[in-house]
Design a binder for this molecule. Structure first.
Ligand SMILES: C[S@@+](CC[C@H](N)C(=O)[O-])C[C@H]1O[C@@H](n2cnc3c(N)ncnc32)[C@H](O)[C@@H]1O
Length: 276
């Protein structure tokens, strides 16, 4: 049990690649739920997901947008034969949207924007003005209304805020503190006592990154609860698919490392459809 705590799995390439492939399958959950001829990956990072979609649906128009130009360069370099367009210029996305609407064959006109693991970054790192701009881009501006918005991110219910199971806290102290003295105290100073279940759940989502602890423990994986998120979505977008789940990989790791069954959901996948 103790040996798995230091993420030794990362050193195992086959295991790591298999886990990455599984997470890719999870990330394209929206593909069979929408009727779109164009996809815009908002916060596409190095373009892995779009590269995967291009293989499965080579006929789709695919656009990757990311505010980090280094990510865009990396994405472009991945496959010189790819037709995916990567950009950090929002005006270019807007023009591609308009062009698609004007020229797409019948039945291919609809456009889906995808926000995968971006929401928590927007909430954690942007000031109010940048946040408002980003949400305008995702939920539609005067001249862009996405037909679908597919959202996937870490997210827990408000109901996760409750006293923790004291046995779970004791187990974490026993296993994690023994191996990494002082890190729990550091965690609790920033995120609150593990006796509060929200902090414990957040800890379970973070503890395996102990190799990058200084960076990771500061990151807020759960900046907004599910209920507040749903209340923030414009009413013109109707949820047509939803899955609130505990990441199977995380559930397994917490079980392996601590012998604890995670009972809270940690992730949300939802597809919204524009209804006029
Ligand atoms: C955690 S990564 C997720 C990458 C990928 N979508 C995935 O599911 O694995 C978040 C990405 O969103 C980008 N990002 C963060 N804030 C953004 C914003 N306001 N607009 C566009 N991209 C943003 C970051 O540069 C980063 O590449």
């Amino acid at each position: 049990m103790l040996n798995t705590l230091t993420s030794h799995h990362i050193a195992d390439n086959d295991w790591y690649n298999a886990e990455m492939a599984k997470s890719l399958i999870d990330k394209i959950f929206f593909l069979d739920k929408v009727d779109a001829g164009m996809f815009v990956d908002f916060g596409c990072a190095n373009g892995v997901m779009l590269g995967f979609i291009e293989k499965v649906f080579p006929g789709s128009k695919l656009v990757g947008f990311d505010t980090n130009p280094e990510m865009i360069e990396e994405a472009r370099a991945r496959d010189p034969n790819s037709k995916i367009i990567y950009t950090s210029e929002w005006d270019e996305v807007r023009e591609l949207f308009k062009d698609h609407k004007a020229t797409a064959p019948r039945g291919q006109e609809k456009v889906c924007v995808v926000s995968s693991s971006v929401g928590h970054e927007i909430e954690s790192y942007s000031d109010e003005e940048a946040k408002a701009l980003t949400y305008r881009r995702i939920w539609g501006e005067a001249d862009i209304e996405w037909d679908y918005v597919a959202w996937r991110d870490m997210m827990a219910s408000r109901a996760a805020s409750r006293p923790s199971d004291p046995i779970a806290v004791a187990r974490v102290q026993q296993i994690f503190e023994a191996k990494h003295p002082g890190l729990i105290a550091q965690w609790e100073q920033r995120w609150g006592h593990l006796g509060e279940n929200w902090s414990l759940l957040h800890f379970f989502m973070t503890y395996r990154y102990v190799a990058n602890w200084d960076r990771e423990y500061r990151e807020n994986y759960l900046p907004r609860n599910y209920e507040d998120f749903m209340a923030s979505v414009p009413k013109k977008y109707m949820p047509i698919y939803q899955d609130r789940f505990t990441l199977p990989f995380l559930r397994r790791r917490v079980q392996e490392d601590f012998g604890i069954s995670l009972s809270d959901t940690t992730h949300l996948k939802v597809v919204f459809e524009l209804r006029k």
